[in-house]
Ligand binder design. Sequence first.
Ligand code: GLN
Length: 322
Amino acid sequence: MTYPTYERERILNPTEEDIREVIKEAYYNGKDKTHLGNLAHYIPELTKRDPDAFGICRMDREGKLIEFGETETRFSMQSVSKVVNLALALKYKGAKEVFNHVGMEPSGDAFNSIIKLEAKSDLPYNPMINVGAIQVCSLLANEFEFEEVLDFAKILCKDDGITLNEDVYESEQGTGDRNRAMAYLLKSKGVLQADPEKTLELYFKMCSINVNARSLAGLGLIISNNGEDPITGKHYLHPEYVRILKSIMFTCGLYDASGEFGVKIGMPAKSGVGGGVVCATKGPAGIGIYGPALDQYGNSIAGVAALEHISYRLHLHVFDFV
Ligand code: GLN
């Protein structure tokens, strides 16, 4: 069954049932697209996934889930971890210090591009591309053990079951020369804030932690709710920092497809080459996605299609003012 986007009406004040129906439509929309994408091939461990897999989960402020497909399948967080790294850096270093060391501009280049670092600026353009996330990890690596950052990820994702996937970690290390090049280039410019190997260990490990679509829905919910877990009432991040996170996700979260995603979908989101996408929506609510078949930019092809459907049908674009 398929539900083509734009052929259905927008729902301005959706009921719980409406939302369920729209997420279901989005699931089938996405599932229909998986065959058009490809698994990430440059990290061997990621080629072992089912390219047809797809799951979507929405978590609301009461913790209620609406989910379809593979929402419990574990997969590596990859670049979605860049959100956790930035959140921790903002929390402990403050925004001023963080942005003394990394920019806040979309790069317009691929996630693993190094070109602007040589040609334009000694500081990485933003924390959502590899070189920027490596720089953010260098701000953390002297003060935090990996286990502490992992614990923070567990809290933000509302998921105690997140662990390090040793096979993916090994695979990342085995094929991570481009990331190594970035860390050493940053060091050569005198901007890296910790030892490159220590920095890379944290970066690679955070890419290799095993989440699922539910964990990403939890992360999206806390971001959407300004850093407070609405279910426990606990505050984990200052709202100012969460606004920064959302802004950076909005402008840079989908790599060099961020502009198009912003125009068409208009919600803060972050993707990873493991097929994960986290999205924070009005509501507040979080959406987590697992769809390892990727488009040309490295974003989940089914995930982007599903989010486009949800944004349109539920009127969730941030610039849908009325
Ligand atoms: N581990 C991957 C890398 O460093 C993460 C990239 C991604 O998810 N876009 O290349």
